[in-house]
Structure formats: C-alpha cells, structure tokens
Ligand binder design. Structure first.
Ligand code: HEC
Length: 201
C-alpha cells in the first residue's frame, strides 16, 4: 500500500516536471492543431508578443523586476493619447460600448464595430445588474477618484493599455491592439468620469 502510494507520488512528480519543462510547446502545438485561420480570425493571433511571453512564465517571481518594469515602461511609451488633449467623449455611447461584447470573430469583417465588453469583468452603471468581477468595480469611479484631467488621462491610458501600468494585468489592451478607436475610448472615459454619467450618480 505504502509502496503503491509512493509510486504514485513519484509518477506525479515526474509528470509535473515533464509538464513544467515542455508544457508551453505542447500547449502551443495543440492550439495550432485545433485553431485555423477563418475569415479575419488569423492563426497568427496565437503568436505571443514579449509581454504575453513574459507574463506566461510559470514562475513569474523568478523574472527580475527590472525586466518587468522595462517592458511596462515600453508599453507606456507606446500609448497614443488624443492629439487634441481631450479625453471625455459621450458617456451614453460609452455605456452602449461597455455592454457590447461583439466583434473580431471569424464571422465579422474588418468593418464590424468591436465592443468593449467591459461588463464582463467590471461593475459599472448601477442599472446593469449582470456583470463579472475579474476587474474592480468601476461604480462611482469619478466620484471616488475625482474628475481632474490627470485622472481622465490615466483612465484613457488604462483602457488603451492596462499592461502599461501593471504588466501582467488580465485586462485586454483595447487601444494597443487596435480593438477600440480613440473616439470609443473617450466615450468610455466619459462613462467613468463624466459627472453626468449614471456611474457617478
Ligand atoms: C477580462 C477582464 C476585463 C475586461 C474585459 C475589462 N477589464 Fe478593466 N480591468 C480588469 C482588471 C483585472 C483590472 C485591474 C488591473 C490592475 O490590477 O492593474 C482592470 C482595471 C481597469 C481600470 C483601472 C481601475 C482603477 O483601479 O483605477 C479601468 C479604468 C478599467 N479597467 C476600465 C475598463 C473598461 C472601460 C473596459 C471595457 C472597454 C474594461 N476595463 C474591460 C479586467 C478587465
């Protein structure tokens, strides 16, 4: 009985090592057999950029902090802020966008508008009672954080590329990957930071 248990332990240990050593290539190979280019959904989507590669490191703590900060800084430098220096759009359009999780699938065209899908991870307007909790609640965002221009710029940057502020944050990089336009991000900033938005009532 004892020997059997021990064997089990050794096998489990062996498979853990195997998994740790070769898991990335095994997973990548499996994904490539199961996922094929169809319409605008190209197989190249599986290719990871340096941020995704670093954040997929099984033992992230072993990656020097300086390396993580350098990448974060680089992501921050790539944010394109609005040339007109204005960050607030139309909160009503922002609410529609936040609700919309459609777009970028194989059955869409490059012209199909892409939604923000924000409610999937955040509580935002109190009227919407269906929301995910992967991200923090954004209800009363402006009321709690203030309505300053600096705050607007920060919200714009975080929606454009949250990984520029917290490298391995699980929030999609909406502006960085070209999913949302400047005008759309402004509408979302307004949803969060316009005093008239239901978020701040
Ligand atoms: C897959 C889940 C996910 C989606 C979808 C998502 N977020 Fe996030 N969001 C997060 C997480 C997780 C954080 C916390 C990031 C961190 O720790 O830095 C966050 C942080 C934020 C912050 C910063 C909050 C703060 O404390 O200042 C803002 C603003 C924000 N999200 C807005 C949005 C908007 C607007 C959308 C839709 C366009 C959106 N998020 C979509 C997961 C998500």
């Amino acid at each position: 009985m004892k020997a059997k248990l021990m064997m089990g332990g050794v096998l489990a240990l062996a498979s853990t090592c195997l998994f740790a050593a070769g898991s990335e290539s095994v997973v990548a190979a499996r994904l490539k057999t199961d996922f094929h280019t169809k319409g605008i959904a190209k197989v190249e989507r599986l290719d990871q950029d340096p941020v995704q590669i670093l954040c997929s490191t099984p033992d992230l703590d072993s990656v020097p902090q300086a390396q993580q900060f350098a990448l974060e800084k680089q992501q921050r430098a790539e944010i394109k802020y609005p040339a007109d220096g204005k960050y607030l759009g139309d909160w009503k359009k922002g609410e529609i966008l936040a609700q919309d999780g459609r777009g970028n699938t194989w059955s869409d065209t490059p012209e199909t508008p892409i939604g923000g899908n924000c409610y999937n991870c955040h509580r935002i307007s109190p009227q919407e009672i269906s929301f995910g909790t992967i991200g923090p609640s954004l209800y009363q965002y402006g009321k709690k954080k203030g309505y300053t221009e600096a705050r607007q710029k920060e919200a714009y940057g975080r929606i454009y590329n949250s990984k520029a502020f917290n490298l391995c944050a699980p929030m999609p990089r909406f502006g960085h990957v070209g999913a949302l336009t400047e005008a759309q991000i402004k509408d979302l900033v307004a949803l969060l930071l316009d005093p008239e938005s239901p978020v701040n009532k």
